[in-house]
Structure formats: C-alpha cells, structure tokens
Design a protein around this ligand. Structure first.
Ligand SMILES: C[S@@+](CC[C@H](N)C(=O)[O-])C[C@H]1O[C@@H](n2cnc3c(N)ncnc32)[C@H](O)[C@@H]1O
Length: 210
C-alpha cells in the first residue's frame, strides 16, 4: 500500500496486536542505548522519542534513571498502550504527544530538547516537504550541545515496512539534511533480526548540535 489516505488509521490498526507481533519489535534496544551511553547526559535531560510506538526503550531509559521523557507518535493507540504499560511497570506518568512529525503542531512548541531519538520513523517520509518539516523541527527544538540519534534503514535495507514504501539513508545523506550545525559523533551498521526471523539492516547515527 502506497501512502494510504489516513496514515493515523493505518498505524492505529498496526498496533491493534501484541507488541511481539510487530515487525519492528525489539526486545532489547541495545544499539540505541550504546549511543545514548556515550552522550553522558544528566538524568534529568529532556529526552524526546519520536514515533515511539510501544518501544521497550522507554522501560530501559527509566531503568537507567532518566526522569524527563517525552513520547511522540501519530498513533494515539500506540501511545495509550505505552503509557498504560509504563504506568503499571514503573509507576511513571509518561508525557505523550500525539502529533504528525511531517506537519508538527504541538511538537513545534517544545524547546531545549537534549536528546532526540528516532528508530525506524524517518524512512517513512518520502516527500521532500515531509523530510524538510522533520529536519526543521529538529533544528528548532534540539538545544545547543544537544544530541540527535537516528536509526534508519540503510541503503541495503528493506524497501517496505508495515506495507509502506521507504526512503533509505546513509550517514552522508543524514549529514546533508542536518547541515553544518550538527556534528557526527558516531555511526555504525546494525542488522536487526525481526520477530519473524528476517534481517533488517539499519544505520545508527549520533550527531551533536554545535
Ligand atoms: C516502525 S514503527 C517504530 C516504532 C518505534 N520507534 C520502535 O522502534 O519500536 C514507526 C512508528 O512511527 C510512527 N509514525 C509514522 N508516521 C509518523 C508521523 N508522521 N509522525 C509521528 N509518528 C509517526 C508510527 O505510528 C510507528 O509507531
């Protein structure tokens, strides 16, 4: 399916199943945490996880002692499931924002984000104007000396996910989109094995705003 009329409905439908039945479900977000560890952030750093879905990364960040988390998604169902799980498991009231990264309204009002995290979201934005809106949002709300972590399907990665076409990236393409005010700190390739046993090659990148 290409560019469904109602993407919110599409994603809400995708989340109407158990987490471990999602093609992107990651039991341990180890590669993401590996990059976050190198940032040496304060525990009260403002961390925004965009297109968060129901990721286990939120549990792991709370277990690591981080206290100031914001979760965004287009799918209100994903956010409701995530919030409920986190309230039960960690007695933590997760700050959540339903908003479209390609037409941000509420997200525009955020400021001083110390760490932006995106795993498996940017590659869904096929149109130039969607990518521009996404990168403009980063430039607007990530603070000086803040970090940007993007894990995205690499050039040899899958061409579709969740029935949608994808745009795949390498480090240079991300650097070009971010411009000179973001410095590459680290990057590596990682092949994720999804719950159905298929290989999904990603490139993981960490940039710092200077
Ligand atoms: C492949 S899932 C990845 C979820 C999560 N980041 C993870 O690693 O488990 C992509 C996520 O992006 C969200 N998403 C898709 N388009 C979006 C948009 N325009 N704005 C915000 N979130 C979006 C979907 O609802 C979904 O939760």
């Amino acid at each position: 399916m290409n560019n469904p009329q109602n993407l919110k409905e599409h994603w809400n439908k995708a989340y109407d199943k158990a987490d471990n039945q999602l093609g992107w479900f990651e039991e341990n977000p180890t590669p993401t945490m590996q990059l976050i560890d190198t940032c040496k952030l304060e525990k009260d750093a403002r961390i925004l996880n965009v297109g968060v879905g129901t990721t286990t990364l939120i549990d792991v960040l709370l277990d690591a002692g981080f206290t100031n988390l914001i979760a965004n998604d287009l799918s209100n169902l994903a956010l409701e499931k995530l919030k409920e799980r986190i309230l039960k498991s960690h007695n933590y009231n997760l700050n959540s924002i339903v908003d479209d990264l390609t037409k941000p309204i509420v997200l525009q009002n955020l400021e001083s984000i110390d760490l932006w995290i995106d795993r498996a979201v940017l590659h869904f934005f096929l149109k130039d104007e969607e990518q521009t809106a996404y990168f403009n949002l980063i430039k607007k709300i990530v603070t000086k000396d803040g970090y940007m972590l993007i894990a995205v399907f690499s050039l040899d990665g899958a061409e579709k996910c969740c029935g949608l076409d994808l745009k795949r990236y390498n480090v240079e393409m991300l650097q070009n989109k971010l411009g000179n005010s973001f410095k590459l700190i680290n990057s590596f390739n990682h092949t994720f094995i999804n719950p159905f046993g298929s290989e999904r090659p990603y490139v993981y990148t960490l940039f710092k705003r200077c």
